[in-house]
Design a protein around this ligand. Sequence first.
Ligand code: NAG
Ligand code: NAG
Ligand code: NAG
Length: 263
Amino acid sequence: MAVASDSPSVLGVSTSVVVTVLLGVASALAFLWRRIRKDESETEEDEPTGAQEELPADGIFTIESLGRFNGVTGPLCMGVCGKVVNVSSSENITVGQGYGKLWAGRDATYSLATLSLKMEDANTMDFTLDQFTPDQVQALAGWYKHFTHKYPIVGRLTEYENWDFGTIEEEAKSQTPFGLGKDKAADSDAAPAKASPAPEEGVMMRAGDKVLIQGVESRTELNGRIGTLLTFVAEKGRFAVKLEGEEDPILLKPDNLSKAAAS
Ligand SMILES: *[C@@H]1O[C@H](CO)[C@@H](O)[C@H](O)[C@H]1NC(C)=O
Ligand SMILES: *[C@@H]1O[C@H](CO)[C@@H](O)[C@H](O)[C@H]1NC(C)=O
Ligand SMILES: CC(=O)N[C@H]1CO[C@H](CO)[C@@H](O)[C@@H]1O
């Protein structure tokens, strides 16, 4: 009895004071918690979603409207041979990094044919299919196959309306998704689905390829050197490149690499 009646007061402070203080603390915590939650949800809404662009119902894109399907203001789409594909599901093509930085919301046709990772080659349209070498036709056909098989085609680009990609489509039928000539013979009999073990965008340049380094501002001495590609470090959006005579590979942005002519 005595214990029970004593317990409500702590160190002589009355129960009501303790309760009041506790309530005050609790409501302050609840207020802070709501603020934090609010901040979180605000940033979530502001950043990736924002006002999401709807894909055009008629499937007709222009280079300009394609630009809004960049993975930020709309699904991440890109153009290849006049078709627009929704590559949002790709783990290798992400906003602001590597391939995503180059091709999100842009046309990659010329880049894929020439295996170019230069920013300025995306959305390039002042070319003709005739100018491509057989290797470039193969590369483009392989990539066309890759992108149109792996991802949903959501429309077409008006700028390519009068182009005839028939030769590319025809070539694509016998192509591995990578379109790199040297493996063609080995894979050409395989069914398209298994022609390539893992058709991943990151291997547009493959391990072992010789690459030319250019435009690096932080270490200009690297420019003009040829290295060997090791791997694409997707989370950094950079390629690991081994330079001759150097132990440790260096990481370089796709922008700063181009495929060196096969020797
Ligand atoms: C684009 O692709 C993503 C991932 O596959 C999918 O969730 C999304 O619904 C697609 N968007 C449209 C508009 O088709
Ligand atoms: C190489 O990367 C730098 C940034 O480090 C960039 O400013 C430059 O334009 C790139 N060079 C080329 C040739 O794209
Ligand atoms: C080359 C490259 O980075 N490929 C990656 C693409 O994404 C898949 C996961 O879907 C990785 O396994 C690959 O390594």
